[in-house]
Ligand binder design. Structure first.
Ligand SMILES: Nc1ncnc2c1ncn2[C@@H]1O[C@H](COP(=O)(O)OP(=O)(O)O)[C@@H](O)[C@H]1O
Ligand SMILES: [Mg+2]
Length: 264
């Protein structure tokens, strides 16, 4: 079991000319392998800042992030190992892949850097990963622009899984995709989560998919976690006024989804 913990994490951004911007205020939570937590909140509430602190693209101003009880390493081998354990899928499948490189390159890179498999098995492992995200083998020598947004996001997921992480942070992974293919990608993430017993932090502003795809929901408002609990409780019996407001603003948090994977 792998557990990531935020203990009293605060983040201030320096903003030139207008003082500091308090993006996170005393955030506390744990994410454990095997569970999916949805992090919801409107734009600007601090969701991506949490993702960036987890993946160390940003540093917390105060507080501690712990992996299995130990503060996460900031340098060297420890940091490399941490980055193998905790992977990220970004919002924009167009910006997150390098247009000059093939799909093969994108997936082989972490396999080689992290020495996941012996060199002579890298190609087979790459094909296995493409298969796991339901991409046909033919995409391996294509470049990102030849793929649809949904296919690119599947490549990003395959790349994230290449290092055999224990935790996955998905920051609005389908919000830039066509509405018609979003569920296919979310169902895929859910399947992979179960197969690999991953811990997933699913960041979204969509309460309906938050409820359907997660065990717990954490509600962020102006950098403060105003509510967290089992998904159904948070949606059906919101304790905080802001959660109720989000619920009212949401098209249909009660809607249900089929769990069969659709094209995307
Ligand atoms: N690099 C930065 N410098 C200054 N302010 C930032 C920076 N990144 C984010 N912010 C501010 O921090 C707040 C939270 O942003 P973010 O974490 O991106 O929210 P979300 O992902 O929920 O939309 C916003 O007010 C945003 O403008
Ligand atoms: Mg964001």
């Amino acid at each position: 079991m792998t557990t990531l913990e935020f203990a009293h994490v605060t983040k201030r951004y320096r903003v030139r000319g207008s003082g500091d911007m308090l993006a996170l205020d005393d955030v506390n939570f744990t994410l454990t392998s095997g569970e999916t937590i949805a992090l919801v909140g409107q734009s600007g509430s601090g969701k991506s800042t949490i993702a960036k602190i987890i993946t160390q693209l940003e540093k917390a101003t105060s507080g501690t992030v712990l992996l299995d009880g130990t503060p996460i390493p900031t340098r060297g081998r420890g940091l490399r190992r941490y980055r193998q354990t905790v992977r990220m899928v970004f919002q924009d499948p167009f910006a997150s892949l390098n247009p000059y490189h093939t799909i093969r390159h994108h997936i082989e890179r972490p396999l080689r850097l992290d020495r996941v498999v012996p060199a002579d098995q890298v190609e087979a492992e790459t094909r296995r990963l493409l298969d796991r995200v339901r991409l046909e083998a033919g995409v391996i020598d294509r470049r990102p622009h030849e793929l649809s947004g949904g296919q690119r996001q599947r490549v990003a997921i395959a790349r994230a899984l290449a290092s055999r992480p224990r935790l996955l942070v998905a920051d609005e992974p389908v919000s830039m995709l066509d509405v018609s293919i979003r569920l296919g990608v979310l169902n895929l993430l859910a399947e992979l989560q179960r197969e690999s017993d991953l811990g997933v932090l699913y960041i979204t502003h969509d309460l309906a998919t938050a409820r359907h795809f997660s065990d717990r929901i954490m509600v962020l408002h102006h950098g403060v976690v105003v509510e967290q609990g089992p998904a159904d409780d948070v949606i059906l019996r919101p304790q905080h006024e802001y959660t109720r407001a989000l619920r009212h603003a949401s098209p249909d948090p009660d809607r249900h989804f089929s769990t069969t994977t659709t094209e995307g």
